[in-house]
Design a binder for this molecule. Structure first.
Ligand SMILES: [Zn+2]
Length: 170
């Protein structure tokens, strides 16, 4: 799977670019929204820490195996549904946070599917254990992941410097 930092970065960058160029609701996007984007981008991998924690407590949670429940659209729905309800109840700022979280989770699943040589996202779990993978990278991918992070970070920092003089983040 891609590095944790890749998941955080891609989600933050997408939401930041969306805020800069596409949204008609710029005022709903704050620095906190960007933080939520970063956390949500990594959130599906919480299965790793949760099952580690449970195993330390002597509990085996096979339903929490890596890349099952938290790597499905069902997990994203847990955020999408409250997001939509809040939006229609005119709680736009809070709704934006849930919708951003939904996006971060879906992006994570997509990246795992595209960039993991071992593939295997069980998208339809628990209904089916069929593996989905595009497996664009294969073999020893750690160097590629590291390069990807460096390129992403540099490109984004350059964008921020040109667009905002990084003033948003000070
Ligand atoms: Zn993952």
């Amino acid at each position: 799977m891609p590095f944790a930092v890749t998941h955080v970065l891609t989600s933050i960058i997408c939401i930041d670019l969306y805020r800069d160029y596409f949204t008609k609701h710029k005022k709903h996007f704050t620095l906190f929204t960007i933080l939520v984007a970063g956390i949500a981008g990594l959130l599906p991998d919480i299965d790793i820490s949760l099952s580690w924690l449970l195993s330390k407590l002597g509990i085996t949670a096979s339903w929490l195996a890596h890349r099952t429940i938290t790597h499905t659209p069902i997990f994203a729905l847990l955020f999408l549904i409250p997001g939509l309800i809040l939006w229609y109840n005119k709680k736009h700022k809070l709704a934006t946070l849930f919708l951003v979280a939904t996006f971060g989770i879906l992006l994570h699943i997509f990246l795992d599917m595209v960039l993991s040589p071992e593939g295997s996202i069980m998208l339809l779990w628990p209904f089916s254990t069929a593996d989905f993978s595009l497996g664009l990278l294969s073999g020893n991918v750690l160097g590629a992941y590291a390069a990807l992070d460096a390129i992403l970070l540099l490109a984004w920092l350059t964008h921020e410097e040109i667009k905002h003089k990084i003033k948003d983040f000070i």
